[in-house]
Design a protein around this ligand. Structure first.
Ligand SMILES: Cc1ncc(COP(=O)(O)O)c(C=O)c1O
Length: 382
């Protein structure tokens, strides 16, 4: 067993060996420019189209509804900024939630400076948006609704099916940041009623720096960048063929092995929770309703314990996050926990464990031992 044990799959995942194998030829030998009409180029163009189909198959879309991007951040920027500017003549109001990733909130802040009005919906104590609040917030000048599918810090899953129906009823474009959900739970764009959906490769065992954006057929948004005609002119620039191939393979694997990896993540998360509950007798609080949560995520507060102190004690043995990895190191209460009205003490004691398809029982048992020992020691110091 390699140490430290990695329990931070929501921050990023290792690249699956099958994915590495699939992409390597595109680094070693298949170097052609996909836009070239001779064999070197044609081969790579076909590889891109195959990957597009693999991504589409995972989320139930048409291949032509997928464009490749550099990751979740770009997909969010493109869809939110692009739909706002494309529809500004119809209104300048955008509805979002208080628990979005900075790759959404910062785009909204930027748009605010450009004259858009942003309504940020509140959430309950588990970080869930109430669909009734969505309905109330929509106005005749609302041009976009952007609500994430699952939260990176708590794992809380939003009722996006209901939200999608409301958006449709009001004729408002609906974007969902699915960076954390794709590959962990079933995502079907037709069932969910979304118009735009962001995917981040490195959360589902593809490399960092590759992602995809689903744009429903018939929806037109403005480009983020301008150039030649790649990605049907929507995302110009010579394609990152090895990483696109990698994302395609990762999506294929996610679909093929969905039941197995979903079960593995879930069972390991449950084993971790049960183990911690057994060995730490008191003062454990869950930040999510596990019936409505990603199968791999455990956001948990240890009463009377400073999460940063705990992390510094055990960091040679177990890797996990104290809040969102994107804000790691910050002593501030994360905006997500703040929006959930989490008190300061609970927020300070909050850690996020996230399991993955490679997590083993041996690793979990070791992590339980190490963490419970450290938490009990810290309790004894109080
Ligand atoms: C919910 C969510 N959205 C967006 C992103 C950003 O994705 P990327 O790192 O691919 O830019 C992340 C990554 O942490 C995320 O968790």
């Amino acid at each position: 067993m390699e140490k430290p044990i990695y329990l931070d799959y929501n921050a990023t995942t290792p690249v699956s060996p099958e994915v590495v194998e699939e992409m390597l030829p595109y680094i070693h030998s298949h170097f052609g420019n996909p836009s070239s009409s001779y064999a070197f180029g044609r081969h790579n163009k076909e590889a891109i189209e195959n990957a597009r189909m693999q991504v589409a198959n995972l989320i139930g879309s048409l291949p032509e509804e997928i464009i490749f991007t550099s990751g979740g951040t770009e997909s969010n920027n493109h869809s939110i900024r692009g739909s706002a500017f494309a529809n500004a003549q119809n209104g300048k109001h955008i509805v979002t939630s208080a628990v979005e990733h900075p790759a959404v909130t910062e785009v909204c802040r930027y748009l605010e400076k450009q004259g858009f009005e942003i309504t940020s919906l509140p959430v309950d104590s588990f970080g869930r948006v109430n669909p009734a609040d969505v309905e109330k917030a929509l106005r005749p000048d609302t041009v976009l609704l952007t609500i994430m599918h699952a939260n990176n810090e708590t794992g809380t899953i939003q009722p996006i099916k209901e939200i999608g129906e409301i958006a449709k009823k009001h004729g408002v474009l609906f974007h969902s940041d699915a960076a954390q959900s794709v590959g962990k739970i079933k995502v079907d764009v037709n069932e969910r009623g979304v118009d735009l959906l962001s995917i981040a490769g490195h959360k589902l065992y593809a490399p960092k720096g590759i992602g995809a954006l689903y744009i429903r057929r018939g929806v037109t948004i403005e480009n983020l960048i301008f150039g030649a005609g790649q990605e049907s002119g929507q995302r110009p620039g010579t394609e990152n063929v090895p990483f696109i191939v990698a994302l395609g393979k990762a999506c294929e694997l996610a679909k093929e092995n969905f039941e197995i990896s979903n079960r593995q993540m879930f069972q390991m998360r449950q084993r971790l929770l049960e183990g911690l509950k057994e060995k730490i007798q008191s003062g454990i609080k869950l930040n999510a309703d596990l019936n409505n949560c990603l199968p791999n995520t455990l956001s948990i507060a240890f009463e009377g314990v400073e999460a940063h102190t705990l992390a510094s004690i055990v960091n040679e043995q177990v890797s996990f996050s104290t809040g969102s990895a994107c804000h790691a190191g910050s002593a501030e209460v994360s905006p997500v926990l703040r929006a959930m009205n989490t008190d300061r003490k609970t927020a300070a004691g909050t850690v996020r464990f996230s399991t993955g398809k490679f997590t083993t029982t041996e690793e979990i048992d070791y992590a339980v031992e190490v963490i419970s020992t450290a938490v009990n020691q810290l309790h004894n110091l109080i």
